[in-house]
Design a protein around this ligand. Structure first.
Ligand code: PMP
Length: 385
C-alpha cells in the first residue's frame, strides 16, 4: 500500500511509544467476572460502579420496552423519534436532580460537545480544567470560543482567568475526574462563576449515582443547590448501567439545546427500551443505598491494603483508584502481567492523560468481594507496581 493508505508508519510509531491500543473480546454479560477471549477475568476496569449493567430488573425493563416500542427509535427526537419512554425518563431525571427539565442525549460525548457549542460562539470564552474529559475539551474547541485551560482543580488560577474573560464566559469541569478519581472543588467553582456572572457546566459522569446519600452525585455530595450548578450533565452508561446521557437545568436552557445542540438535533434518539431500562435503574440507584455503602467499604479496603503494601496511590476517595507508572510501556507491561494472572486493569496512556503520567486505572464496583480486592493487591505488589 502506498500514499494516503499507507498507515504502517503511524501504527508502528504508536506501537513503539507504548500507545497502541488493543481490544479484548468479552462474551457474556458485564459484571465482576468476565469471559474474555475464552478465559475468566476479574474485571477491575469497568465504570459500572453500582453493578447494574446486567441486573435482571434492568434486563426485564429493557425487554418489556422492546416489546412495547420495538428496537430502533426511527429518527432524531425532533422528527418522530421522541417516544413516551424518553419523555418519562426526562421527567424522572428532572425530578431526581431537582431541576425544571432534563434532556436526553444519545451519549455523554455528544451531550458535552453539543451543549458547550450551543451555548458559546466566537467572541465568547470557555474556561476548562486542564484534566477535563476529552469531550468537554472538544466541545470547547468546536464552539469557536476563546479556549483557556486553568490548572487542575485550582480556584485561584480559575479566578485569575475569569478576570480576563471576554464575551459570555462558561466555566466547565468534570465533577469526578475520570482518570484521577479526585473531585472538582465545586463550592469554589460555583462561588467564582456566580461572582463573575459566568456560566457553570459540570459533567458528573463519574459522580452521578455514586456520590451523595441518594446518589445525586457531586452536587448532593457538597450540599449545593440546583441554582448553584445551573448546567448539570450526567451519563447513564456508568453507575446507571445503561447508555446515554442527559443535561438538566432550566426550561430555557433545555429549549435552547433542543433548538441548537447539533449533536442532539442531527442524530438518532437512543432506543426507547434503553430509556425504559434507565428508569428502572434510577429507582434502584435512589433506593438501594447499600450499593454506595458497599462501594465505599471496598474503596477503603483497597486504599488501606495498598498503603500497607507501599503501592503508589493517588489522592482519590472514589471508585477510580489510579496507580501511577510514569511511562506508557510500564503501564502496558503491568496491565498485561495482571491479565496473565486473571485481573483486567486498564493501562491509561496519552492522549487520555498528559505525557509522562501513564497509570493503571483500577475501578471498583459494589459487586466486588473482599477476596478479589485482596488478590488484586497481592498481584500488584508481587509485580512491583
Ligand atoms: N464525560 C466523562 C467525564 C467521561 O468519563 C465520559 C466517558 N468515559 C464521557 C463524558 C462520555 O460519556 P459517554 O461514554 O456516554 O459518551
Amino acid at each position: 500500500m502506498a500514499g494516503f493508505y499507507d498507515f504502517s508508519g503511524e501504527l508502528g510509531r504508536l506501537e513503539q511509544q507504548g500507545l497502541y491500543r488493543r481490544r479484548r473480546v468479552v462474551d457474556g454479560p458485564q459484571g465482576v467476572l468476565l469471559n474474555v477471549d475464552g478465559r475468566r477475568m476479574v474485571n477491575f476496569c469497568s465504570n459500572d460502579y453500582l453493578g447494574l449493567a446486567a441486573d435482571p430488573r434492568l434486563v426485564d425493563a429493557f425487554q418489556r420496552g422492546a416489546e412495547r416500542y420495538g428496537v430502533g427509535s426511527g429518527s432524531a427526537h425532533l422528527i418522530c423519534g421522541h417516544s413516551a419512554a424518553h419523555h418519562a425518563l426526562e421527567d424522572a431525571l428532572a425530578e431526581f436532580t431537582s431541576r425544571r427539565r432534563a434532556l436526553l442525549f444519545s451519549t455523554g460525548y455528544m451531550a458535552n460537545v453539543g451543549t458547550i457549542s450551543a451555548l458559546l460562539g466566537r467572541g465568547d470564552t470557555v474556561l476548562e480544567d486542564r484534566l477535563n474529559h476529552a469531550s468537554l475539551l472538544d466541545g470547547g474547541l468546536l464552539a469557536g470560543a476563546r479556549f483557556r485551560r486553568y490548572h487542575h482543580a485550582d480556584p485561584a488560577d480559575l479566578a485569575a482567568k475569569l478576570a480576563t474573560g471576554s464575551g459570555k464566559v462558561l466555566v466547565v469541569s468534570d465533577g469526578v475526574f475520570s482518570m484521577d478519581g479526585d473531585l472538582a472543588p465545586l463550592p469554589a467553582l460555583a462561588a467564582l462563576a456566580g461572582r463573575h456572572d459566568a456560566g457553570l457546566l459540570i459533567d458528573d459522569a463519574h459522580g452521578f449515582g455514586v456520590l451523595g446519600a441518594r446518589g445525586g452525585g457531586i452536587v448532593e455530595h457538597f450540599g449545593l443547590s440546583a441554582e448553584q450548578v445551573p448546567i448539570l450533565i450526567g451519563t447513564l452508561g456508568k453507575a446507571f448501567g445503561t447508555f446515554g446521557a442527559f443535561v438538566a437545568g432550566s426550561d430555557d436552557l433545555i429549549e435552547l439545546l433542543i433548538q441548537k445542540a447539533r449533536s442532539y438535533v442531527f442524530t438518532t434518539a437512543m432506543p426507547p427500551a434503553v430509556a425504559e431500562a434507565t428508569r428502572t435503574a434510577l429507582r434502584i440507584v435512589r433506593d438501594e443505598t447499600w450499593r454506595r455503602e458497599r462501594l465505599r467499604e471496598l474503596i477503603a479496603r483497597f486504599r488501606q491494603g495498598a498503603e500497607q503494601l507501599g503501592l503508589p496511590l493517588m489522592a482519590s476517595e472514589t471508585a477510580i483508584q489510579p496507580l501511577p507508572t510514569g511511562d506508557s510501556e510500564r503501564a502496558v507491561a503491568l496491565s498485561n502481567a495482571l491479565a496473565e494472572r486473571g485481573f483486567w486493569v486498564g493501562a491509561i496512556r496519552p492522549p487520555t492523560v498528559p505525557a509522562g503520567t501513564a497509570r493503571l486505572r483500577v475501578t471498583l464496583t459494589a459487586l466486588h468481594d473482599d477476596a478479589q480486592i485482596d488478590a488484586l493487591l497481592e498481584a500488584l505488589s508481587e509485580l512491583g507496581a
